[in-house]
Design a protein around this ligand. Sequence first.
Ligand code: UDP
Length: 336
Amino acid sequence: MRVVITGGAGFVGSHLCERLLGAGHQVVCLDNLISGRAENLAALSRQPGFHFEQVDVSDRCDAAGPVDAVLHFASPASPVDYLRHPVATLRVGSRGTENALELARRKQARFLLASTSEVYGDPEVSPQPESYWGRVNPIGPRSVYDEAKRFAEAITFAYRRSQAVDTRVVRIFNTYGPRMRPNDGRVVSNFIVQALTGEDLTVYGDGSQTRSLCYVSDLVSGVLGVLGLAPEIPEAAGPINLGNPVEMTVETIARLVLELTGGSSHIVRRPLPEDDPKRRRPDIRRAQRLLGWTPQVPAHEGLERTIAFFRAELATPTPTAVRPSAAAPATAESRA
Ligand code: UDP
């Protein structure tokens, strides 16, 4: 296959590029490097089947020659990133998705949208099945990401219905692993970097909110499984949840990171960001049924690998390898 990946220099996107190249496919990576990093592609750029173009797909999404699949992963995705780039986040979810769909239509390629558990907002049901419509605050700080992805799903289904594009939608739950940026503000990267640098671990709120953490290699297997589903399968059109159903409180994640790093940091409380979802746990029965897919990497193992990555990253600082901000992205208090 010849695959276009938007956002291919990002955390998840770069792992996808790597896996596809390893399987003998050709990859065209489009990224404006707003939150992606050229370093993520350093090892790939020497491979003959790989092509990188620095471009904002909200302006232009194109590739010369035949294309078999378009994977739309471009977007700031951590709360700190999308709050820093609110309009760019809305643009890449709307205009960027339309441009990527147009490319798929022109090339008669399959299209896969990286959607998110954030379409469920702060959910009233747990675990969250794909049939749940969600509870999103349309004007809250997180809406720039949540509503952009909801729009992205809507336009993907519109192209499927009206333009006969063969589409897939995956809803990705919290994912972690090597190549997260130390300063992306996410819970796993923040806690690990804080523990490794001897700083206090910043638990927002009382730490009772939950997340379900999926190791990146498991996620990539799920994404490629969905991409490969035969179009005749009625449920292949998605959306399909991809995530690890093992749910943990944020407090538990902090304690686990402390235990695995062997650090002597303390846990401190910081205000809970506005509209922070209280629970998040994927119902993955659809993916299990269609793909026979279940995450394989347990939290302690995935965290060990991620800790090893950050140890190396902190030992050889890059311009982005700075300490995380201890402040929550946008808190109810700070906005009041
Ligand atoms: N969180 C935290 N301390 C941090 C970073 C995040 O307690 O230093 C919490 C955050 O409030 C949320 C959860 O961890 O409840 C996951 O946050 P993250 O930014 O990773 O992503 P989200 O799931 O909210 O999109």
